[in-house]
Unconditional design. Sequence first.
Length: 347
Amino acid sequence: MVKFFASRKGIFLTFIAVLMVTLLLLYASTQYEVSYKDTVPTETLRITGLNNFISDFEETYLERALFASSHRALAALINATPDGASGSNVQDIHKEFEAAVINATINDGTILLPSMENHTLSIWIQRLSNFSRDNLRVDLFFNITDVNISQDESTGPWLLNVSINLDYRANSSDTTWERTNVTIRTTFDIFGFEDPYLKFKTDNQINRTIQRFNFTGENYLPENVTDLITSKNFIYDKRAPSFLGRFQTFNDPDSRSSCCGIFSLVSSIQEPPATLSYTDSDRTYADFTYLDDFCFSNQLYTVNDVSGAMGIGSFYLDEYFVDKVFGLAPDATQEANSPDEGDTCGS
């Protein structure tokens, strides 16, 4: 069963209701034209009604249906059963997102997503097609040719862009509308979704929802680092993987996202011992560097009043995080034992 963060579930249910209302409005707008049948030629009324239907279909219904099905599909992908051997059943987020939105499946159709049943974009358009045929005498035929999900400079780390391309034809008794390569777009934030990387990488032992850490200063103090650890929130960094990149089973230093990277901090006490089972000074405690066993620099540091503190336990940062990410003052850290030269960040 897909687990929604409370606010996400509310958003999804709201848009389902909105889509239902949109269907009624499409019907009402067409019936409004029919009410003038005594003064306007029937053919003109039908053409006007079809024009209104096409306008509402593209400008209102499709965008709302895309928004609702995209939310549902993303949550379903995150909740797809983690594979202990590979870390995730979602190896290519772009391919699997398209399959989830259109077919409610992933992995070339071998894994069904029950939570997407009756909620795919294809089904929402088919519902409109059935409705228009039965109530408006308009036959609607469609073909979704492409689904894309992305993050870039325009979205930054906290938003997602989703777009589709489709062809469609709408027929009435008097006229036909045909459109090809129509692009529909929607944008939404990632807050409230479960983090896919921690979920898959730890085989469901660590589950965190994406929330942005509230920090407005320029340089961190040790107490700010403590707050970030205990809040389990996320911050931006150009060397971290993006939200979409966090579907990958391994994030090495070359899989960074300069526009959209995010990460959270882990600690030896907060997380299950079986998950964080490495020795104290093996690596830096950013989630993606810790679990994928690498550092950006060999020298590791403890943070005063953070490392070893009650409720936190072992905690280390490498030089990159100390200087470039958090901007900690020199007197706020202490050098720890460096890994042997040539190692990736572990002895």
